[in-house]
Design a protein around this ligand. Structure first.
Ligand SMILES: C[S@@+](CC[C@H](N)C(=O)[O-])C[C@H]1O[C@@H](n2cnc3c(N)ncnc32)[C@H](O)[C@@H]1O
Length: 261
């Protein structure tokens, strides 16, 4: 079967399986169908944009995320984190900070049985928060807003209605300005904000995952996490781009008793 026909069928499948056009547009934005068209016009594009397109086309995680209907390739990072550390259980409540376009929330929804697909298991719940408008996702409640603002955090607490979360995720990242030390400081601040918020919502034994771009303050954050979690690990998932300084800190087994704040 020719590749264009094959991609056409994939796009058709995606269209029929997505309830909302906005969601389908998210997929279409990165489908090979559109990339193929765009690639024809490479000559008029900036070198950086040509490089981006070529990288997307040659990235197996991008290809697989389209085929498996994840909203972006980041899904593979969280799946690997969970496969190796078992952070999710069916019935869990998960807070996903920096959720757009939604692939981590998709993974969480699936792994905590938030849509009740497994009728014999407990049904979980996911709250996704992002400054960017995120397409609706069955099994998740999406909040659009800046997570660092108190009123956004209050909205999350309100949705929880006194329930505690089993997992807090932060894949929040600023738009990188290119000054590595500054980008590092900003992403560490976002992770710290998520960690501080965790104290108000995370249950005993719960887990915390945050994304960082490695730098001077990584060690200090890791040490801080050790005062709250039974085990703290660094992880660089296989899907993290080789040229990136991205890493994830995992706090496994939250203990309020260890909280020295
Ligand atoms: C790497 S993307 C997240 C990808 C997401 N985990 C997924 O799998 O679809 C980082 C996100 O963090 C969000 N972000 C950055 N700062 C934020 C803030 N203060 N509040 C909420 N979201 C924020 C950005 O808007 C961006 O969508």
């Amino acid at each position: 079967m020719g590749s264009s026909r094959w991609f056409g069928i994939t796009a058709k499948l995606l269209r029929s399986s997505c309830q909302k056009n906005t969601l389908f547009d998210n997929f279409l934005h990165t489908t090979p169908v559109r990339l193929k068209t765009t690639v024809k016009n490479l000559k008029g594009r900036k070198t950086s944009s040509q490089q981006w397109l070529r990288r997307q086309l040659n990235d197996p995680y991008v290809v697989q995320s389209r085929l498996q209907q994840w909203r972006c390739r980041s899904a593979f990072k969280l799946m690997e984190i969970d496969d190796k550390n078992h952070i999710f259980r069916q019935g869990d409540v998960v807070i996903d900070c920096g959720a757009h376009p939604g692939s981590w929330s998709q993974v969480a929804v699936q792994r905590v049985n938030a849509t009740g697909e497994d009728s014999e298991a407990e049904v979980g719940f996911v709250i996704g928060i992002d400054m960017a408008q995120t397409a609706p996702l069955s099994g998740a409640q999406i909040i659009t807003g800046d997570f660092t603002l108190p009123d956004v955090q209050q909205k999350i607490s309100k949705i929880l209605m006194g329930k505690q979360a089993s997992v807090v995720l932060s894949d929040m990242a600023p738009r990188a300005c290119g000054i590595k030390s500054l980008d590092h400081e900003i992403i560490v601040d976002l992770a710290r904000t998520a960690l501080t918020f965790s104290h108000t919502v995370l249950k005993q034994g719960g887990h915390f995952v945050c994304k960082l771009w490695d730098g001077n303050e990584t060690k200090a954050l890791e040490e801080l996490m050790k005062t709250y979690f039974h085990t703290v690990k660094r992880m660089v998932p296989n899907a993290s781009r080789k040229e990136s300084k991205e890493l994830y800190l995992l706090g496994i087994g939250y203990s309020k008793k260890m909280d020295k704040s």
